[in-house]
Design a protein around this ligand. Structure first.
Ligand code: SAM
Length: 313
């Protein structure tokens, strides 16, 4: 992969409005991706600012670090404070404590980056032929191939139903089990073909495999479990902060979370609502912020993005 790879950040001006970056502040990016949002923040906080970039994906993280250091201080990128932390964002607060940093702004832009979904070797999309992998962090132990070929039929159906909200989950799981008894299912093409054979008739303009791919990706990467952990840790930090105890969130800090489907948005909505109700934070987004037509026209991925945010009180 070359360095020309890009990922257009969604809701860029809305993220800046919500996080309201100030010169010299500390920004923690839970999902650095290619550093699109982080570069925008870097330009606002300047060379006196500090940026922590976190991502499960080491390749994205390395690229993000270079871009962000250049955005923070174009004249002297080596002098700036950019920390790159590889790992799950559920472990990030502990790492911030180790670094001795307190965040003024936190952003989580959930899901995957275009570098990942467009890389056939990742197996994230039925648009490309590739191995059935789906790991965002290639060092993680379980692939989609293992799930599809080893899980009991009932568990497979539950995953497809719960994480894909797929009505035909039982039929799909039954077809997968029948197919793997003949030959292991090892490619995206084969998975998509089997799903299509289980779903009667067309589904509007949507590929019948969409929901099953989403479900397996969520399961492989434990996406909802990680999100719940992050939300819980933010809640604990906001509570401490409100009580005047030290935490990894600064007083008045701002937190923004961008979700891309209802399974992500529901826990974010619930958690932010609880923080506000408890008086630990005030809402900065009364309603979730969504992209306008112009942004959707130039970046179709923005279509399903929802940004919610709070400010620590
Ligand atoms: C939508 S992209 C972020 C794009 C970024 N905001 C930008 O503007 O370039 C999501 C990134 O989050 C990472 N990611 C997803 N879940 C994660 C998790 N639980 N912990 C750490 N990184 C995660 C993915 O590897 C991916 O690079």
């Amino acid at each position: 992969m070359g360095d020309e790879l890009t990922h257009i950040p969604v809701l860029p001006s809305e993220v800046l409005d919500l996080l309201a970056p100030q010169t010299g502040q500390v920004f923690v990016d839970c999902t650095a991706g290619l550093g699109g949002h982080a570069c925008l923040i870097a330009q606002q906080i300047g060379p006196m600012g500090t940026i922590v970039l976190n991502d499960m994906d080491q390749a994205n993280l390395g690229r993000a670090k270079v871009s962000v250091a250049n955005a923070l201080c174009p004249g002297d990128p080596a002098s700036v404070k950019v920390h790159a932390v590889q790992g799950n964002f559920a472990e990030l607060p502990a790492k911030l404590r180790e670094l001795g940093l307190v965040a003024d702004m936190v952003l989580a832009d959930l899901g995957f980056a275009s570098t990942q979904v467009d890389d056939p070797q990742r197996g994230l999309s039925f648009r490309f032929s590739g191995p059935l992998d789906m790991r965002l962090d290639p060092s993680m132990p379980i692939t989609a191939e293992e799930l599809v070929n080893t899980l009991p039929e009932r568990d497979l159906a539950d995953i497809i139903f719960r994480y894909g909200e797929e009505k035909s989950s039982r039929r799909i799981a039954s077809k997968l089990v029948a197919a793997r008894e003949v030959e292991p299912i090892t490619t995206t093409d084969r998975l998509a073909e089997i799903v299509r054979s289980a779903i009667p008739g067309p589904r509007g303009g949507i590929n019948p495999a969409t929901k099953t791919f989403q479900a397996l990706r969520i399961a492989v990467n434990d996406e909802l479990g990680s999100l719940e952990s992050l939300l819980r840790l933010i809640g604990i930090a906001l509570k401490k902060n409100h009580a005047g105890q030290p935490s990894w969130l600064a007083s008045g800090s701002r937190v923004g979370i961008i979700s891309f489907h209802s399974l992500e948005d529901r826990p974010v909505k619930r958690a932010t609502g609880e923080w506000v109700k408890a008086g630990w934070a005030e809402s900065v987004t009364r309603k979730p912020i969504e992209a306008g037509d112009a942004e959707i026209g130039s970046n179709p991925r923005a279509r399903s993005a929802k940004l919610r945010g709070v400010r620590a009180t």
